[in-house]
Design a binder for this molecule. Structure first.
Ligand SMILES: Nc1ncnc2c1ncn2[C@@H]1O[C@H](COP(=O)(O)OP(=O)(O)OP(=O)(O)O)[C@@H](O)[C@H]1O
Ligand SMILES: O=P(O)(O)OC[C@H]1O[C@H](OP(=O)(O)OP(=O)(O)O)[C@H](O)[C@@H]1O
Length: 297
């Protein structure tokens, strides 16, 4: 297939091919203007807007491809990076795919402390992280630990009910799966979210890597902030500026009304309600909020 020849001179960027991280990754690529067309059944897509080839891979394999320098950049869960135990840079926390890798036991059982599981059988898809966690609990190296760690690839939560495990180590987001399986968490092994990961020895030039990172940071900022403007009485400007300090600093402009200025500032989207209430209370008028569709920060 000729596609492979077109990979030369392109930065290879590994993206989860499906699953929980896929949709958000495509949103980030779109927001970054990394345009591509993915044909059905093809796991490589050439970007039409930048010298990039997107390589769609299982989330669990991405740390290896980036760690070995086959792909310069990738997006995957921090849990996958730690499980693979591969040395990569983690330049951007993308703040989605947030969940916890937790030790879970039958809710009606007697286990309350993970130390009570020493010497027992634990089932997980994250056997390396689970092994390290229980070896640390035992205070020995992984090869000397007495706790048995077994691998299953999915539906880990069924293991206790099926009598395969005394406890499991699995991801928890809402907790619905855990509760439905009659389990409860007793310890957290790792907090995770999706990251942009980068090879320690990238083959592409620094410029294209910097461009991609800056665009992704722009998408993140556009998601995190909204743009707020208002008119402020000079008499209470100091207090109002404390409410909207901006990312760097607020912009203040004179207006054709003595005693008043116009202020514009980026504000955190999640805090918008409280901030607008405070601005109003402190005497601001004509308060407007705008979506930021894109930016460079
Ligand atoms: N509720 C969740 N359950 C599992 N993984 C989650 C959850 N929320 C976020 N994640 C992240 O998604 C990653 C799993 O990605 P993905 O769904 O692509 O793999 P997968 O579960 O192995 O896919 P599949 O099971 O469809 O083959 C996890 O490693 C974690 O970083
Ligand atoms: O806390 P929750 O919001 O319920 O999410 C957690 C569940 O999601 C994942 O499984 P997934 O759906 O990816 O299927 P799997 O069991 O085949 O991995 C994970 O392994 C948990 O089972």
């Amino acid at each position: 297939m000729d596609l492979v020849n077109h990979l030369e001179d392109r930065l290879l960027f590994a993206i989860p091919k499906k699953g929980r991280l896929y949709t958000k990754c495509v949103e980030i690529l779109n927001g970054s203007d990394i345009k591509f067309h993915r044909s059905q059944r093809l796991d490589i897509a050439l970007s039409t807007s930048l010298p990039i080839a997107l390589i769609f891979l299982p989330a669990a394999d991405i740390p290896m491809f980036v760690g070995e320098g086959k792909c310069d950049l990738g997006i995957t869960g921090y849990d996958q990076v730690r499980e693979a135990d591969i040395d990569v840079d983690l330049p951007i926390d993308l703040e989605f795919g947030k969940c916890k890798l937790q030790v879970q036991v039958p809710a009606r059982g007697t286990y309350k402390d993970p130390k009570e599981l020493i010497g027992k059988t634990i089932v997980s898809s994250f056997t390396n992280l689970a092994s390290k966690y229980f070896a640390d609990l035992e205070g020995v190296s992984v090869d000397k630990m007495t706790t048995k760690i077994k691998y299953v690839g999915g539906s880990v939560e069924a293991s206790c009910a099926l009598g395969v495990a005394d406890a499991i180590v699995d991801l928890v987001e809402s907790g619905e799966t855990m509760r439905a399986a009659g389990l409860t968490d007793i310890a957290t092994v790792l907090d995770t979210s999706a990251y942009l990961i980068q090879s320690k020895n990238p083959k592409s030039n620094k410029e294209i890597i910097a461009t991609i990172k800056s665009r992704i940071e722009g998408v993140m900022a556009a998601q995190k902030y909204v743009y707020c403007t208002y008119n402020a009485p000079k008499s209470n400007l100091k207090t109002l500026l404390k409410v909207t300090p901006g990312r760097k600093a607020p912009t203040i402009q004179e207006i054709d009304d003595e005693g008043w200025v116009a202020v514009s500032s980026m504000i955190i989207r999640k805090e918008k309600g409280i901030i607008l209430d405070q601005l109003k209370k402190e005497g601001a008028t004509d308060i407007l909020v705008f979506e930021v569709s894109n930016c460079r920060v």
